[in-house]
Design a protein around this ligand. Structure first.
Ligand code: NAP
Length: 245
């Protein structure tokens, strides 16, 4: 039976690389996006050129009802969900004492609640099939304190804790849940940083270079494959050494 992956935030950056990588392993893909329909359709077209099937589904993961609809549309399109890549996320670079209530809500709603809404819907489907893989995108910021990232770090640290407990709860259903924690990867998220901030972060990376989206997608594809059936509850870092204590 052909496997099906849902990738949230699959329209660009790391999510797009994961969607393309999983399609190259033979899976059909649901490419979720929030507003960039054109970019999502480009990813869908690229996936189809590999001979896999794909659909683009708009849904804001911070809204529970929209996440329910996303998974309902995935089932309508392909009948099942085997892999969930919880990639949709936003960053925040505000100093802790300057964070507004709106920034707090937006970041927690997207990065933490969005992840939890999607995990819940995927788990309910996967439990019926007695198999599944969930990969949550965390960040090296969840384990290393970087100035200006208090809110973002807190949401990602919560994702790590949630991943570990969900892995325990779902293990008996043959569902593996892991988190991947990238360092700085060349995407819109990093190019939005000022040149000075980028130079400051480069200095901190032992490899002295930002990562490529494929560096993260390769690990996500491994964790989504049968080669990772005995790995669960882990937070795996892909960061060129940034997080080394
Ligand atoms: P990105 O280039 O900014 O792309 C973000 C993606 O998430 C887009 O596809 C966007 O959709 C989608 N998205 C954002 N908010 C959404 C929402 N509410 N509902 C649905 N989709 C939403 O991000 P990225 O750099 O690839 O990062 C991807 C993930 O990796 C994030 O969870 C991020 O925290 C994590 N991460 C990234 C880095 C890095 O250095 N880049 C480092 C550590 C962790 P639209 O295109 O429609 O806007």
């Amino acid at each position: 039976m052909k496997q099906v992956a849902v990738v949230t935030g699959g329209s660009r950056g790391i999510g797009a690389a994961c969607a393309l990588g999983l399609a190259q392993t033979g899976m059909d893909i649901v490419v979720n996006y929030r507003e960039n329909k054109d970019r999502a359709l480009e990813v869908v077209e690229a996936i189809r050129s590999y001979g896999a099937q794909a659909v683009a589904v708009q849904a804001d993961v911070s809204q529970s009802s929209q996440v329910k609809r996303l998974f309902a549309e995935a089932v309508t399109a392909f009948g099942r969900v085997d892999v969930l890549v919880n990639n949709a996320g936003i960053s925040d670079s505000t100093l802790g004492m300057m964070i507004t209530d709106e920034q707090l809500d937006r970041c927690i709603d997207t990065n933490l609640k969005g992840c939890m809404y999607s995990c819940k819907q995927a788990a309910l489907l996967m439990m019926r099939n007695k198999r599944g893989k969930i990969i949550n995108l965390s960040s090296v910021s969840s384990i290393k304190g970087l100035t200006g990232q208090s809110l973002y770090s807190a949401t990602k640290a919560a994702v790590n804790a949630y991943t570990r407990v969900l892995a325990k709860e779902l293990a008996r259903f043959n569902i593996q849940v892991n988190a991947v924690a990238p360092g700085f990867i060349e995407t819109d998220m990093v190019s939005a940083l000022s040149a000075a901030k980028q130079a400051e972060y480069l200095e901190l990376i032992p490899a002295r270079t930002f990562g490529r989206t494929e560096d993260v997608a390769n690990l996500v594809c491994f964790l989504g494959s049968g080669k990772a059936d005995y790995i669960t509850g882990q937070v795996m870092v892909v960061d060129g050494g940034l997080g080394i204590g």
